[in-house]
Design a protein around this ligand. Structure first.
Ligand SMILES: *Cc1c(COP(=O)(O)O)cnc(C)c1O
Length: 223
Protein backbone atom coordinates (compact mmCIF):
# COMPACT_ATOMS: atom_id res chain seq x y z
CA UNK A 1 0.00 0.00 0.00
CA UNK A 2 2.71 2.51 1.00
CA UNK A 3 4.92 1.32 -1.85
CA UNK A 4 2.05 1.53 -4.32
CA UNK A 5 1.06 5.06 -3.35
CA UNK A 6 4.65 6.27 -3.72
CA UNK A 7 4.88 4.72 -7.17
CA UNK A 8 1.58 6.32 -8.20
CA UNK A 9 2.67 9.76 -7.03
CA UNK A 10 6.23 9.70 -8.34
CA UNK A 11 5.31 8.23 -11.73
CA UNK A 12 3.15 11.31 -12.40
CA UNK A 13 5.52 13.98 -11.11
CA UNK A 14 6.80 16.52 -13.64
CA UNK A 15 10.59 16.94 -13.82
CA UNK A 16 11.86 19.14 -11.02
CA UNK A 17 9.11 18.29 -8.54
CA UNK A 18 10.35 16.32 -5.54
CA UNK A 19 8.22 14.22 -3.21
CA UNK A 20 8.63 14.59 0.55
CA UNK A 21 6.95 11.69 2.34
CA UNK A 22 5.54 13.18 5.54
CA UNK A 23 6.02 10.44 8.11
CA UNK A 24 4.97 12.30 11.27
CA UNK A 25 3.05 10.09 13.74
CA UNK A 26 3.95 6.99 11.72
CA UNK A 27 6.40 4.36 12.97
CA UNK A 28 9.87 3.66 11.60
CA UNK A 29 8.54 0.49 9.96
CA UNK A 30 6.34 2.63 7.73
CA UNK A 31 9.29 4.85 6.84
CA UNK A 32 11.29 1.74 5.90
CA UNK A 33 8.52 0.52 3.59
CA UNK A 34 8.81 3.78 1.69
CA UNK A 35 12.61 3.70 1.85
CA UNK A 36 12.68 0.22 0.36
CA UNK A 37 11.01 1.46 -2.83
CA UNK A 38 13.54 4.25 -3.18
CA UNK A 39 11.98 7.14 -1.25
CA UNK A 40 14.71 9.25 0.40
CA UNK A 41 13.08 12.57 1.34
CA UNK A 42 10.99 12.47 4.51
CA UNK A 43 9.20 15.25 6.37
CA UNK A 44 8.61 15.62 10.11
CA UNK A 45 7.10 18.42 12.17
CA UNK A 46 8.40 17.64 15.67
CA UNK A 47 12.05 17.92 16.69
CA UNK A 48 11.99 14.98 19.06
CA UNK A 49 10.28 12.63 16.64
CA UNK A 50 12.57 13.56 13.76
CA UNK A 51 15.70 13.16 15.89
CA UNK A 52 14.57 9.77 17.19
CA UNK A 53 13.83 8.49 13.69
CA UNK A 54 17.10 9.87 12.33
CA UNK A 55 19.02 7.92 14.96
CA UNK A 56 17.63 4.52 14.00
CA UNK A 57 17.00 4.88 10.25
CA UNK A 58 19.44 4.78 7.29
CA UNK A 59 21.89 7.67 7.09
CA UNK A 60 21.09 8.52 3.48
CA UNK A 61 17.57 9.69 4.35
CA UNK A 62 17.16 13.43 3.82
CA UNK A 63 15.13 14.82 6.72
CA UNK A 64 13.00 17.88 5.96
CA UNK A 65 11.70 19.81 8.95
CA UNK A 66 8.25 21.18 8.08
CA UNK A 67 6.70 22.15 11.44
CA UNK A 68 6.85 25.14 13.73
CA UNK A 69 10.42 25.34 15.07
CA UNK A 70 11.30 26.79 18.47
CA UNK A 71 14.70 28.48 18.60
CA UNK A 72 15.80 26.48 21.65
CA UNK A 73 15.38 23.23 19.71
CA UNK A 74 17.33 24.10 16.56
CA UNK A 75 20.50 22.64 18.06
CA UNK A 76 19.07 19.12 18.08
CA UNK A 77 18.43 18.98 14.33
CA UNK A 78 21.23 21.23 13.03
CA UNK A 79 23.77 18.40 12.69
CA UNK A 80 21.69 16.41 10.21
CA UNK A 81 18.60 18.21 8.88
CA UNK A 82 18.50 18.46 5.05
CA UNK A 83 16.20 21.49 4.87
CA UNK A 84 14.13 23.58 7.26
CA UNK A 85 10.91 24.72 5.57
CA UNK A 86 9.55 26.80 8.43
CA UNK A 87 11.69 29.91 8.92
CA UNK A 88 9.24 32.56 10.13
CA UNK A 89 11.47 35.20 11.75
CA UNK A 90 14.93 36.74 11.57
CA UNK A 91 15.51 35.50 15.11
CA UNK A 92 14.97 31.88 14.05
CA UNK A 93 17.09 32.33 10.92
CA UNK A 94 19.96 33.67 13.07
CA UNK A 95 19.71 30.73 15.45
CA UNK A 96 19.79 28.24 12.56
CA UNK A 97 22.87 30.05 11.24
CA UNK A 98 24.56 29.87 14.65
CA UNK A 99 23.83 26.18 15.14
CA UNK A 100 24.81 25.35 11.56
CA UNK A 101 28.19 27.00 12.11
CA UNK A 102 28.67 24.97 15.29
CA UNK A 103 27.87 21.81 13.35
CA UNK A 104 30.24 22.83 10.56
CA UNK A 105 27.47 22.95 7.96
CA UNK A 106 25.48 25.24 5.72
CA UNK A 107 21.79 24.55 6.20
CA UNK A 108 19.25 25.00 3.40
CA UNK A 109 16.10 26.81 4.52
CA UNK A 110 12.80 28.10 3.17
CA UNK A 111 10.90 31.15 4.37
CA UNK A 112 7.41 30.15 5.48
CA UNK A 113 4.68 32.47 4.24
CA UNK A 114 1.17 32.64 5.67
CA UNK A 115 -1.07 32.33 2.62
CA UNK A 116 -4.10 30.66 4.23
CA UNK A 117 -7.20 32.46 5.42
CA UNK A 118 -6.90 30.82 8.83
CA UNK A 119 -5.53 32.02 12.14
CA UNK A 120 -3.97 28.68 12.92
CA UNK A 121 -1.29 28.46 10.25
CA UNK A 122 2.19 29.75 10.99
CA UNK A 123 4.37 31.86 8.75
CA UNK A 124 5.13 35.46 7.84
CA UNK A 125 2.83 37.73 5.87
CA UNK A 126 4.17 38.94 2.53
CA UNK A 127 4.99 42.28 4.16
CA UNK A 128 6.76 40.74 7.15
CA UNK A 129 8.89 38.77 4.72
CA UNK A 130 9.70 41.87 2.66
CA UNK A 131 10.69 43.65 5.89
CA UNK A 132 13.01 40.82 6.90
CA UNK A 133 14.74 40.94 3.52
CA UNK A 134 14.92 44.76 3.44
CA UNK A 135 16.43 44.84 6.92
CA UNK A 136 19.45 43.11 5.43
CA UNK A 137 20.95 41.15 8.33
CA UNK A 138 20.19 37.90 6.50
CA UNK A 139 22.87 38.69 3.94
CA UNK A 140 25.58 38.39 6.59
CA UNK A 141 24.53 34.91 7.68
CA UNK A 142 27.09 32.57 6.15
CA UNK A 143 25.77 29.21 7.37
CA UNK A 144 22.22 29.33 6.03
CA UNK A 145 21.19 29.27 2.38
CA UNK A 146 17.73 30.63 1.63
CA UNK A 147 16.41 28.37 -1.14
CA UNK A 148 12.83 29.59 -1.55
CA UNK A 149 9.40 29.68 0.05
CA UNK A 150 6.97 27.36 1.81
CA UNK A 151 3.24 27.76 2.29
CA UNK A 152 0.10 25.90 3.31
CA UNK A 153 -3.26 26.59 1.70
CA UNK A 154 -6.47 27.00 3.65
CA UNK A 155 -8.09 23.73 4.71
CA UNK A 156 -11.19 24.01 2.53
CA UNK A 157 -13.15 22.30 -0.24
CA UNK A 158 -13.04 25.54 -2.19
CA UNK A 159 -10.34 24.65 -4.69
CA UNK A 160 -10.61 28.06 -6.36
CA UNK A 161 -9.44 29.64 -3.13
CA UNK A 162 -6.61 27.11 -2.79
CA UNK A 163 -5.61 27.88 -6.35
CA UNK A 164 -5.49 31.64 -5.60
CA UNK A 165 -3.33 31.04 -2.53
CA UNK A 166 -0.81 28.91 -4.40
CA UNK A 167 -0.75 31.40 -7.28
CA UNK A 168 0.00 34.20 -4.80
CA UNK A 169 2.97 32.30 -3.39
CA UNK A 170 4.28 31.56 -6.87
CA UNK A 171 4.07 35.26 -7.76
CA UNK A 172 5.79 36.20 -4.51
CA UNK A 173 8.69 33.85 -5.30
CA UNK A 174 9.16 35.69 -8.60
CA UNK A 175 9.05 39.05 -6.81
CA UNK A 176 11.73 37.99 -4.34
CA UNK A 177 13.83 36.46 -7.11
CA UNK A 178 14.02 39.75 -8.97
CA UNK A 179 14.26 42.10 -5.95
CA UNK A 180 16.54 40.33 -3.49
CA UNK A 181 17.88 37.15 -5.02
CA UNK A 182 18.86 38.24 -8.53
CA UNK A 183 21.62 35.98 -9.74
CA UNK A 184 21.31 33.64 -6.75
CA UNK A 185 20.53 30.36 -8.43
CA UNK A 186 19.83 28.50 -5.17
CA UNK A 187 16.70 30.59 -4.58
CA UNK A 188 14.15 28.66 -6.63
CA UNK A 189 12.20 26.23 -4.45
CA UNK A 190 8.49 26.35 -3.74
CA UNK A 191 7.31 23.95 -1.04
CA UNK A 192 3.55 23.66 -1.38
CA UNK A 193 0.94 20.96 -1.87
CA UNK A 194 -0.30 18.20 0.44
CA UNK A 195 -2.55 15.15 -0.02
CA UNK A 196 -5.69 17.14 -0.83
CA UNK A 197 -4.22 19.84 -3.03
CA UNK A 198 -0.89 18.77 -4.49
CA UNK A 199 -2.01 18.61 -8.16
CA UNK A 200 -3.03 22.27 -7.90
CA UNK A 201 0.27 23.16 -6.25
CA UNK A 202 2.20 21.49 -9.07
CA UNK A 203 0.28 23.56 -11.63
CA UNK A 204 1.51 26.63 -9.77
CA UNK A 205 5.17 25.79 -9.79
CA UNK A 206 5.64 23.70 -6.65
CA UNK A 207 9.05 21.99 -6.47
CA UNK A 208 8.49 20.15 -3.16
CA UNK A 209 5.18 18.44 -2.47
CA UNK A 210 4.71 17.27 1.13
CA UNK A 211 2.45 14.25 1.28
CA UNK A 212 1.51 12.27 4.37
CA UNK A 213 -2.00 10.83 4.44
CA UNK A 214 -2.08 9.62 0.85
CA UNK A 215 1.07 7.56 1.43
CA UNK A 216 0.83 6.43 5.05
CA UNK A 217 -2.92 6.63 5.77
CA UNK A 218 -4.63 8.60 8.53
CA UNK A 219 -2.53 9.75 11.47
CA UNK A 220 -3.46 8.60 14.97
CA UNK A 221 -2.96 11.68 17.16
CA UNK A 222 -3.91 9.87 20.37
CA UNK A 223 -0.85 7.69 20.60
C1 LIG B 1 1.28 17.02 8.06
C2 LIG B 1 1.78 17.98 7.07
C3 LIG B 1 1.75 17.68 5.69
C4 LIG B 1 1.13 16.42 5.13
O1 LIG B 1 -0.25 16.55 5.10
P1 LIG B 1 -1.20 15.41 4.44
O2 LIG B 1 -2.51 16.11 4.30
O3 LIG B 1 -1.24 14.29 5.41
O4 LIG B 1 -0.62 15.03 3.14
C5 LIG B 1 2.30 18.61 4.82
N1 LIG B 1 2.84 19.76 5.26
C6 LIG B 1 2.90 20.07 6.57
C7 LIG B 1 3.52 21.36 6.98
C8 LIG B 1 2.37 19.20 7.51
O5 LIG B 1 2.42 19.54 8.80
Amino acid sequence: MIAEEIKIITSELPAGVKLIAVSKFHPVEAVMEAYDVGQRLFGENKVQEMTAKHEVLPADIQWHFIGHLQTNKVKYIAPFVAMIHSIDSLHLLQEVDRQAEKAGRIIDVLLQIHIAHEETKFGMTFDECRELLNEGTWRQLTHVRICGLMGMATFTDDMIQVEHEFASLQAFLEELKSKWFAGETAFKELSMGMTEDYPIAIRHGSTFIRIGTMIFGERNYNK
